[in-house]
Design a protein around this ligand. Sequence first.
Ligand code: GP9
Ligand code: MN
Length: 634
Amino acid sequence: MRKKSWPTHSILVLAIVATWIKTYIVYHTSFDMKIENMMQQVILLINPLSFILFIYGISLFFKNPKIKNRYIVTISFILSAVLYANAVFYRFFTDFITLPVLFQTSNFGDLGTSAVESIYWSDIFYFTDVAIIIIALKWLKIGEITSVIKPAVRRAYFVLTAAILFLNLGLSEIERPQLLTRSFDREMLVKNIGSYNYHLYDLYIQSKSHAQRALADGSELVEVNNYVRSNQAEPNAEMFGLAKGRNLIVISMESLQNFVINNDMNGHEVTPFLNSLTQDKDTFYFSNFYHQTGLGKTSDSEFLVENSLYPLGGGAVFFTHSGNKFHSMSESLNEQGYYTNVMHPNNKSFWNRDMMYQALSIQKYYDVNSYEVNEGDAVNWGMKDIPFFEQSVSLMKEMPQPFYSRLITLTNHYPFDLDEEDQLIPPYDSNSRTLNKYFQSVRYMDEALKTLFDDLKEQGLYDNSIIVMYGDHYGISENHNKAMSQYLGKEITPYESAKLQRVPFFVHIPNSGKGEEITETAGQIDIRPTILHLLGVETAKDMQLGADVFSDEHEEFVIFRDGGFVTDKLVFANNACYDNETGEQIEIESCQPFIDRASQELGYSDQIINGDLLRFYDLKTGNLLLDQAEQKKP
Ligand code: GP9
Ligand code: MN
């Protein structure tokens, strides 16, 4: 072949095309990514391109053809190796590599000798593009001569690269709004921004939290610790240990807001089962209880329950700080001999749960692979709540006791789609399809909860358990205020919006004869101390910001992640102060002391998380390990 017949930079074009096509083939052959529509397919096709163009494009700056070609071969090899590493990792963990995983050697403990067994000769395919490039260079002698590229052409090349990146990001934003601020799921990230960009994104998130951690000086703990100790609430003697030794079943009720409880929709009761619990002799029902989640939604509520700390203001703490040291409720219960687990029939990497649960010392995650999702068992986001509960109870039956199982429901999730046979009441009749369907899907979840209680009784697990249930976060956003105001028969002011953040909270202790409606203002941050005290576990040394709701010292002060708050007398929302009784706006001075305390408390929580301060805290003695902190300083 004569050199002249190949246009200049054809090796660059060849490399781009080869790596692009190979990556796309690998997406389809090596990963099990659910592609639901044409748009997702298009995104998947274009998403490797921006990074490939960029990284190979750097070769345009090299004048020496030898160096340039060597650079292209090296890059193709590195990209292939990264993709191949992901493919092998995926064979084991059905997940994509994230940086912390590379440093958590325990993950590789599982690999053992079988690692070698799952590397095949055919894996050579992952390096096809490298081979093509080398063949082209060596035998076809493409790219031996390179003419100098005009700066204008080079500029046009990188403008095109940027344009493709923005097109990619734009399409992803349409497909999955807020993907980059909230992360959601590794699979979703790879599906949308591509495997190479995903690693850059991961690098950015991890290095940001790493830097904050490195800068943290353990001495910050002194102030935080003083604050925590002075806000400690003594357990209520009558309630402490009431459920000692029992199994703990915690249910996260997806998107369930309090306004549906003891309410009807065009004459249809929305939550007949939960309503019956509000009157039950063994159930405490908290009617002024608030969610405190941020962008991490369900995962933020899990974070609150496990740690009694606030989630972060930006991004999902499950993604950003899964490498931290935590003293979770699971860890405390492990020490009490509990078998701790989470049950949730979704992809395990969603909300980075597979990683975060290790940090939270949760012994087992029953993800979608622990369930048999038969024909007709799935709707909307995945497995329906009723079969999910049925199979979960069967799994519980096999667990060593006492166990702590946290079950996360899924059906009542936006967009609240249901199969016809599960629609137990008609839709509502507002201008919001979302709200209209919401009532139906809440009604279905209520039915599922009833079946859960029945299943537990049938399997003989009920009497020796305590069942705690909470709504994880709002389901109806402020975009549906018009429809909500039609339903509630009043205008939705910022005050009303704040009050709509109430989620139901139930503590059900079978055969205890203890139960009533409690109107005390409280929030998700209080769940952990409340539960641990009921189980007879002391929390006096815990680094937690919530308080036992049964304690006389529990303060009626709930802080929202955005700095807003509710007390028994005041509501602070949208920078305005309201009388909690009347809903009337009042002068800001009344709220000011609480505004300051809210920002102080959120600040302390953020310090603990960003500085990974619990690594300097000895839970057993309550001592601050400041000497070690000194040593760790660079
Ligand atoms: C996903 C489920 C829903 O596994 O927990 O998450 P959400 O979108 O409600 O945060
Ligand atoms: Mn949720």
